[in-house]
Design a protein around this ligand. Structure first.
Ligand code: UD1
Length: 429
């Protein structure tokens, strides 16, 4: 298993190209199941999760063609995928594939909408409630699907097709909103979604679906209206920049010090996080090239942050912010309201000398004068990158084990950071 070695203490300077958003790419690829025509996606990041979803779609009979490099293109350019679901040969998404990536459960929506049936493994095979997909199931039930749960599989049936309906989410859910929009796009009649997620990736997917012929309005607000159509066609769409990758590198610069242009980044996609960073002492300027972020030796100020659905501070940047606050001058508080147990990074950060106390959903971080390198373990996608951020400011060497978690969501992380002067390398394992 690969590991990453980091020697802390070097400021970052230069340019980091921001890739296409993982959390838009996955539902966009899944949306290809809604049409027999080809969907072309540009600016697709090279990530393990994208490769895995290619395999999952392949199992349903989808052909995915990855374009070769064009002249003048470098590894910084995203890839182009041509996705064709002309013939769906299998409406089952099996356990061994779905259990590896939670978002793959979302194939249930296009499959039931286009084929009238879907059989999708519950993610992780757990009962609804402990690892919930209850709201996703509720959404397609509201559109007329009959649902059975058998042997760890959700079996959805709508032999005469779905019909429009009203879907009121009791809780904001990104996956629930994607699922509802995709299913409603091919339903007979109009669907209204209340308390929809407003994340930029929802808007990106709705834009693409509209190019495919869907009639979706209100994406990006909490009320989305979809007039179902009988068929969707092909389209070409470029994936929006990854706001979580942007925020992660912004925090890396705030941690290590220096001056970096986050190329292609769009500030409106993560304004809450940028405001927090500015409050902590980073300076930033946005222009048509991206966001330029700097910190030059000034101390980091502590912060009070609560994660919440967009446009508030994202849960996917919580671990990175916590890493940053381990070096603040004073005590910070971070409250995690989206996911329980999303504090796996705390014990690993402690190995580097961080002082963090947990009390339910609240973490209290007492800034320390210095961190010291140590071997640490990546536990999940966002937690692992928080260890990299801490290591950039730790004295001596940190080895991050189990980096496959990083490869799921960050494209060429060690390459992007080392080109800005970080001492970071991958050790093949
Ligand atoms: C998506 C993102 C993930 C991000 C999360 C929250 C993708 C591929 N993943 O995940 O990176 O951290 O949004 O911004 O886009 N819930 C239920 N029942 C359900 C579904 C969700 O109770 O049926 C709960 C979850 O347990 C959680 C909350 O709703 O507490 C939000 O989850 P949700 O927005 O659905 O997350 P994902 O779509 O899985």
């Amino acid at each position: 298993m690969d590991r990453i070695r980091i020697v802390g203490g070097r400021p970052l300077s230069g340019t980091i190209p921001i890739s296409g958003a993982k959390n838009a790419t996955l539902p966009l690829m899944i949306a290809s199941l809604l049409t027999e025509e080809t969907l072309v996606l540009d600016n697709v990041p090279r990530l393990a999760d994208v490769g895995l979803l290619q395999r999952i779609l392949g199992n349903h009979g989808v052909d995915v063609m990855v374009s070769g490099k064009r002249s003048g293109e470098t590894a910084d350019h995203g890839q182009t995928l041509h996705i064709s679901a002309a013939h769906i040969v299998d409406t089952t998404a099996p356990y061994d594939l779905v259990s590896k990536m939670r978002a793959s459960f979302w194939v249930i929506a296009p499959l039931i909408a286009r084929m009238g049936e879907a059989r999708v493994s519950m993610p992780g095979g757990c009962a609804i409630g402990t690892r919930p997909v209850d709201l996703l199931i509720m959404a397609i039930e509201r559109l007329g699907a009959k649902i059975d749960i058998e042997g760890g599989y959700v079996i959805a049936q709508a032999p005469k097709g779905l019909r429009g309906g009203e879907i009121v989410f009791p809780k904001v859910t990104v996956g629930g909103t994607h699922t509802a929009i995709m299913a409603a796009s091919l339903a007979n009649g109009t669907t209204v979604i209340e308390n929809a997620a407003r994340e930029p990736e929802i808007v990106d997917v709705a834009d693409c679906l509209n190019k495919m012929g869907a009639r979706i309005s209100g994406a990006g607000t909490s009320r989305v209206i979809i007039e179902g159509v009988a068929k969707l066609g092909g389209a070409r769409h470029s994936v929006l920049p990854d706001r979580i990758e942007t925020g992660t590198y912004a925090m890396a610069v705030a941690m290590a010090g220096g001056d970096v242009l986050l190329q292609n980044a769009r500030p409106e996609l993560l304004q809450a996080a940028l405001d927090v960073l500015q409050g902590a002492g980073a300076t930033m300027v946005s222009n048509n090239q991206g966001i330029r972020i700097a910190r030059n030796g000034s101390a980091l100020a502590p912060v009070e942050v609560t994660t919440a659905p967009f446009p508030a501070f994202p849960t996917d940047l919580q671990a990175q912010l916590m890493a940053l606050m381990t070096r603040a001058r004073g005590t910070s508080h971070i409250v995690e309201t989206i996911f329980e147990n999303r504090f796996m990074h705390v014990q690993e950060l402690a190995r580097l000398g961080a002082r963090i106390q947990l009390d339910g959903e609240k973490a209290t971080i007492e800034g320390v004068e210095r961190l010291k390198g140590a071997p640490v373990m990546a536990t999940d996608l966002r937690a692992s990158v928080s260890l990299v951020i801490a290591a950039l400011a730790a004295e001596g060497e940190t080895i991050v084990n189990r980096v496959y978690h990083l490869d799921r969501g960050f494209e060429r992380l060690e390459d992007k950071l080392s080109r800005c002067g970080a001492a970071i390398e991958r050790l093949a394992g």
